[in-house]
Design a protein around this ligand. Sequence first.
Ligand code: G3P
Length: 216
Amino acid sequence: MKFFIDTANLKEIHQAAELGMVDGVTTNPSLMAREKGDWREIAASICREVKGPVNLEVISQDASGMITEAQDLIGFGPNVVVKIPMTMEGMKAVHTLRAMDIPTNVTLIFSPVQALIAAKAGANYVSPFVGRLDDVGHTGMDLVSQILSIYDNYGFETEVIVASIRSTSHVLESAMLGADIATIPFKVIRQLAGHPLTDKGLKSFLTDWDSMNKKK
Ligand code: G3P
């Protein structure tokens, strides 16, 4: 499973890249708005820092505005993927962008049939938001499982990016289901490394080593 980092923060991207955990990056307007500075400079820096796909989102609501924005966004680097919202206008834009060879990620997916039509329109990626479904009493990971079955049934090549990840369990379940990609906040990437028994074991190894050396 590929790991994308879900952030527009360059420091987080750099730190996660040092761990070998950055196969790509996803941003959205809310994540961009959290950062200080001009979003265009931030986007350009991310594209320089990361070799893999860098997802940048449009804010237009109509297909022609989305297509114009997409043409601008791909100027930031050869690795840009354009995030398009899951709307009828969005599907129109995805269909046109596919013909123009501009890669797209359809975002804000909350149902399996939304993922089906995004794939039919020609999306390269879809982003089901598991955490936000959990927040309203659904089981977000069920959606991922349904999308993977549908894509498998019909041989769609659209890749599934599990998004709105809130916990290490979301990452585990994504991997168990065979999702193509998990896009993970830096906080959760850090949590993936931790286990209380690792800490306990390490502490006792070091204590034993010290006591051996004191005996000499
Ligand atoms: O990639 C989409 C993701 O950023 C949404 O996450 O935590 O805002 O639901 P969240």
